[in-house]
Write a protein that binds this ligand. Structure first.
Ligand SMILES: Nc1ncnc2c1ncn2[C@@H]1O[C@H](COP(=O)(O)OP(=O)(O)OP(=O)(O)O)[C@@H](O)[C@H]1O
Ligand SMILES: [Mg+2]
Length: 90
């Protein structure tokens, strides 16, 4: 199986990382590819935009990478896209 990994990153704030991630991920999924978006920003805006509401002390990927919580505790499964029927809420 072919797998492509794309990292959207910048040290500067407000450059459009989250926006590009959201729309790029949506586009790829709408073309029928299995798409996994990993939100590595502890502000977790992408997670929120995808409809997952985190409570104030809920762990993010940052806590997992710092090994303060198990990886499973920072993962919130959410199926957003049906490849044949792109989500149109955003
Ligand atoms: N192509 C674009 N044209 C106009 N405005 C844009 C575009 N892309 C993003 N924006 C706007 O720019 C602002 C910053 O975008 P975004 O939140 O995606 O940046 P970011 O790099 O993820 O920021 P942060 O570093 O805070 O996470 C937002 O208000 C967003 O709506
Ligand atoms: Mg962002």
């Amino acid at each position: 199986m072919f797998m492509l990994t794309v990292a959207i990153t910048s040290l500067s704030g407000g450059q459009g990382k989250t926006t590009v991630s959201l729309f790029f991920g949506r586009k790829i999924a709408s073309l029928g590819y299995y798409t996994l978006m990993v939100d590595a920003d502890p502000q977790h805006n992408l997670t929120t935009y995808l409809g997952v509401e985190l409570q104030p002390n809920q762990p993010t990927l940052l806590e997992c990478l710092k090994k303060s919580v198990a990886l499973e505790e920072g993962i919130y499964p959410k199926v957003i896209f049906n490849p044949g029927k792109p989500d149109t809420r955003l």
